[in-house]
Design a protein around this ligand. Structure first.
Ligand SMILES: Nc1ncnc2c1ncn2[C@@H]1O[C@H](COP(=O)(O)OP(=O)(O)O)[C@@H](O)[C@H]1O
Ligand SMILES: [Mg+2]
Length: 274
């Protein structure tokens, strides 16, 4: 059975996409699952976060039709594999936009090739451009990290519209895995307000498990989310496979939309004192 392919996407930068992708993959690898991270961001943060560098080939070549098995390299973490990125990937976005079939290149490259992995995470760049569209076209599910800060809901309705478009045009099977609150600071009222607002508007698609803000330190990239995600994974075989209680991972957007869960309120955007 092919592995589950998760796109980790949000067109906002700095919301925890890379941290989530890297940590989930690392937790699963540690739990004995073969996990693959495909770094689709020219900034290559997942690559450096895993202590790697693109050594010649990269996700650029994956989009160019080079087979996955030639590109996925083992990392220093047991069971954890990586297709690295490098800055040249930025150029591919332009090429993809020019090609009529450019939105499906990744889906074609991954089709059947992910069989050797239980989980594949596609770490998306901070835009809804061709690289993210390729990831959404190739994924089984999309996981949306949302940072618990001002303007948390800003842009989310646009992301949801993009998911609808991708479903309609490219990948009808695409499911929303859920919205994951990240960098939650339990000490501030602002954080609590944003968490409440996101839960109010997105309801059961928001994972009950939220990732707290941790204090940066050496090796933090692999720890930020990990302490929080590991127990969630252990308890119920994952945020991902069975949901974490609050979130129904198979809930599709139309069900959520008819429940009114997708409306974003302007109230959530107004800065408040913490
Ligand atoms: N739970 C957390 N606590 C503290 N800092 C975090 C946490 N998650 C991510 N960060 C930091 O926030 C920044 C943005 O995270 P990142 O995963 O790179 O976001 P994105 O991939 O969405 O741009 C990084 O510097 C990262 O180290
Ligand atoms: Mg990133």
């Amino acid at each position: 059975m092919p592995g589950k392919v998760y796109a980790v996407a949000n067109q906002k930068g700095g919301v925890g996409k890379t941290t989530t992708a890297v940590n989930l993959a690392a937790c699963l690898a540690e739990a004995g699952e073969r996990a693959l991270v495909v770094d689709l961001d020219p900034q290559a943060n997942a690559t450096s976060g895993l202590g790697e560098r693109a050594n010649g080939t990269s996700s650029y070549d994956l989009l160019d039709g080079v087979p996955l098995e030639e590109l996925a390299a083992p990392t220093r973490f047991h069971n954890l594999w990586l297709v690295p990125s490098k800055p040249e990937l930025a150029g591919v976005a332009v090429e993809l936009a020019r090609r009529e079939d450019g939105e499906r290149f990744l889906a074609e490259s991954l089709a059947g090739a992910g069989d050797g992995y239980s989980f594949v995470f596609l770490d998306c760049p901070p835009s809804l451009g061709p690289l993210t569209v390729n990831a959404l076209a190739a994924a089984d599910r999309v996981l949306v990290p949302v940072q618990a800060e001002y303007y948390a809901l800003e842009g989310l309705s646009q992301l949801i519209r993009s998911l609808d478009l991708v479903r309609a045009r490219l990948n009808p099977q695409l499911e929303l895995a859920g919205v994951l609150l990240t960098m939650v600071d339990g000490r501030t009222k602002l954080s609590a307000d944003v968490v409440a607002e996101v839960r109010k508007h997105f309801g059961e698609v928001v994972f009950q498990t939220a990732v707290p803000r941790s204090v940066p330190g050496r090796g933090t990239e692999l720890r930020h989310a990990r302490d929080q995600l590991r127990p969630a994974l252990g308890r119920r075989r994952g945020l991902l496979e069975g949901g974490d209680g609050a979130c129904q991972p198979r809930l599709n957007h139309s069900a959520a939309a008819s429940a009114g869960a997708w409306k974003c309120s302007s109230a959530a955007r107004a800065p408040r004192s913490s």
